[in-house]
Design a protein around this ligand. Sequence first.
Ligand SMILES: *Cc1c(COP(=O)(O)O)cnc(C)c1O
Length: 232
Amino acid sequence: MVSIPTRLEQTRARIAAACSAAHRPPGSVQLLAVSKTFGADAVEQAFAAGQRAFGENYIQEALAKIEALAALRTQLQWHLIGPIQSNKSRPVAENFDWVHSVDRLKIAQRLSDQRPPTLPPLHICLQVNISGEASKSGLMPAELPEVARAVAALPRLVLRGLMAIPEPAQGEAAQRAPHRALHALLDELRATLGDQAPQLDTLSMGMSADLEAAVAEGATIVRVGTAIFGTR
Ligand SMILES: *Cc1c(COP(=O)(O)O)cnc(C)c1O
């Protein structure tokens, strides 16, 4: 069993190599360590090895970890990357720094209303159904401009960009296509919204199996679980 610090180092090396191949600066991609299903002890090991940003899918599980690691709270960034039901939005607004999985305006409105005034605004990515699968969550590309304009206007949120979970694909070309499509949607949105969304700079895409393809297509945050913490 390879240790978490070693796997973290290997993942950083993959990102650095992908940045180099894409002629991108090495610091232009943030690593989000996806700690879902792993305990606070695993997060602490990654923290000790320099990792600061952690991604969680399940709200109850995440809240327990955030609580257990309260002593480190100011040094950690917690990102929610899993689905939110509207009756669960309050603890999300109160405990996370980022939410990548906003897929309807109603959730964004609730998060803005419920974000405590003592905290900085919540960073938001809109999740896009980039592979067009009927069963997957995420906004359809055609819905994006209207929802993004409304989210960007909410007072306690900052709209940062787009997130997608493409269908698994084999081979570089097939892996790159959906990431390229998400990048094009972000470019269109920036052109459409202009000053209405001044901080639209984030492409949250790429996981353990396809982070190189995502970095090649402009990812600014890669969300990596298995390659750091092991199989779930
Ligand atoms: C679990 C998960 C990841 C990490 O996936 P790995 O294949 O383990 O790297 C990334 N993003 C989302 C939304 C996830 O649910």
